[in-house]
Design a protein around this ligand. Structure first.
Ligand SMILES: O=P(O)(O)OC[C@H]1O[C@](O)(CO)[C@@H](O)[C@@H]1O
Length: 529
């Protein structure tokens, strides 16, 4: 296509919406009108399914659950008045609690104000809060946010060192887990508890839980007399929980106006309920994913926000999309191995990294550019006559879009006016809806995650075997190889697991395991004190 044709195509498909401030450009995706027409019946069925989901149908059949994240910003749509009341009540409690903390009505023992908030969670119980904290935070935050989002001891030490013992005295810890039984989060909680103890502090007087009623975490918080408990409901998925207490509580404590955030999500929901496909940005996104990947995940989506504040958006989207779309079976039980791989960082930084491959290497992707029109508060420096740094950022986005297009590499561009609580809410809701519609197009359940369980179960067996091997070594005394230990435990097939586990144990002082290295390494001997 020549420049004139591209300009025509740009205008034909450009979707802009004044309420949300969203502009979506799909002109650089090489779909045809026939493609849109061919998927229109399926898209209409997806809208039907979405309406049933919002009306409270069991849209997550494997787990026999409703899927209610859209109610979180429009409680009046909830199918049950009790649910609507619980949502409203929770927003009120979150707002009141944050206000009390800010006003010093809720303090640490001794009346010390809470100045920091340590969020302990993983996956959907961390990625949204981290994204929002980074996108909307700054030096004027009411409280400084910190995260334990892993069971990495050094990662937690780094956060604790940054906080310091005295900082911990002014730190509110929020433990977030929908299930209340996630091991990484449990470990983070125990590590935090121990750190508070070392600093002479009582964790329970600093701790708040966000979790399902009656969960292990809920019981721990109740028994421990923690400061506060906020609910998570089984009809909200972890990765779609950003507009529940999971996302709202950390944001409110940080000083982010959660009303604006919720409002952004709400107006985007209104927009993405439109049944006219070309006027619905979530439907268009879902169609573009289908077009680019043949409806089978054959290409990756590279998310490139040209804005530092949106750096974590790609990480957040990675879970939202890949945990939702990456499924072995479709709704009819057929093996489909669906997926949509998501990665990305930020532009123009990535232009100096992997964009080289995007332009000239394997054409196995499409790009989702995220553009922010507002450069900064106030006027910018002219870095050269007539041009600012922001002009460059904008120019690099356009340049990369053109350079990719010239080489037949597809892209779409989502534009927002500025990074604000409202537009961040818009972005979250936009992709939540796109995921739901796309899942319908490819006939999968977007709301369960059976694959994750396999790794968790396997990790449990690995730890049990490690414990057995170390106990055996302590009884045995003599240094043994992994196959010898495996044979002695009656598990000859587990030599590799035992070797790898003892290699780790020997690298740390915790278990008294000593390794006498051999060559080849796998013949090394282990003993334990
Ligand atoms: O909030 P929870 O129950 O601790 O779960 C954390 C995360 O773990 C997962 O279940 C995956 O293991 C995600 O879906 C979820 O967001």
């Amino acid at each position: 296509m020549n420049a004139h044709e591209l300009w025509q195509r740009y205008q034909t498909y450009l979707l802009s919406d004044a309420d949300t401030g969203l502009i979506l450009d799909v002109s650089r995706m090489a779909f045809t009108d026939d493609f849109l027409a061919s998927l229109e019946p399926a898209m209409q069925r997806a809208f039907d399914a979405m309406e049933r989901l919002e009306a409270g149908e069991i849209a997550n059949p494997d787990e026999n659950r409703m899927v209610g994240h859209y109610w979180l910003r429009s409680p009046e749509l909830a199918p049950d008045p009790a649910i609507a009341a619980a949502i409203r009540e929770t927003v009120k409690r979150v707002t009141a609690f944050a206000a009390d903390v800010h006003a010093g009505a809720v303090t640490a023992p001794g009346g010390r104000p809470f100045r920091n908030v340590l969020v302990i969670g993983i996956g959907g119980s961390a990625l949204g809060p981290q994204f929002v904290a980074d996108a909307l935070g700054g030096p004027n935050d009411r409280m400084r946010p910190f995260f334990f989002d892993n069971t990495d001891p050094d990662g937690m030490d780094r956060v604790l060192e940054t906080l310091g013992g005295d900082g911990l005295a002014e730190t509110l810890a929020i433990v977030i887990s929908k299930s209340g039984g996630t091991k990484e989060t449990r470990n983070g909680m125990l590590e935090a508890e121990a750190a508070y103890r070392r600093a002479g502090l009582d964790f329970s007087r600093h701790a708040v839980a966000v979790t399902g009623a009656g969960s292990e975490l809920d019981r721990t918080a109740e028994a421990g007399g923690w400061l506060y408990r906020f609910p998570m409901w089984d009809w909200v998925g972890g990765r779609t929980s950003e507009t529940s207490a999971v996302g709202l509580l950390p944001a409110a404590l940080q000083g982010i106006p959660i009303g604006d955030f919720l409002d952004g999500a709400r107006v985007c929901d209104i927009l993405t309920r439109r049944r006219e496909t070309l006027r619905n940005p979530a439907a268009l996104l879902a169609l573009m994913w289908h077009h680019a990947t043949g409806g089978s995940g054959s290409r990756d989506m590279v998310v490139l926000p040209y804005k530092d504040r949106l750096l974590l958006f790609s990480r957040y989207l990675q879970q939202l999309i890949m945990e939702s779309i990456g499924k072995e079976l479709d709704l009819a039980g057929a093996v489909v191995n669906q997926g949509l791989t998501v990665y990305g960082n930020k532009g123009s930084t990535d232009q100096h990294a992997y964009v080289q491959q995007l332009r000239e290497g394997t054409n196995n992707f499409f790009v989702a550019f995220i553009e922010v029109l507002k450069d900064r508060e106030g006027v910018s420096l002219a870095v050269e006559p007539g041009f600012t740094s922001g002009d460059y950022l904008s120019g690099f986005l356009q340049g990369t879009r053109t350079a990719l297009s010239e080489k037949g590499r597809e892209s779409l561009t989502i534009t927002i006016p500025a990074v604000t609580p409202r537009t961040v809410g818009v972005l979250v809701a936009l992709f939540e809806r796109a995921v739901g519609l796309y899942a319908s197009l490819v006939n999968i359940n977007a709301y369960h995650q059976p694959g994750v369980e396999a790794g968790k179960k396997a990790a449990g067996s690995v730890l049990a075997l490690k414990g057995e091997a170390i106990a055996f070594l302590r009884r045995e005394g003599a240094p043994l190889t992994a196959p010898e230990i495996a044979a002695a435990l009656g598990r000859p097939e587990e030599a590799e697991t035992i070797f790898r586990s003892l290699l780790h144990a020997a690298a740390n002082p915790d278990h008294g395991v000593v390794m006498t290295a051999a060559s080849p390494l796998a013949r090394s001997r282990f003993s334990a004190r």
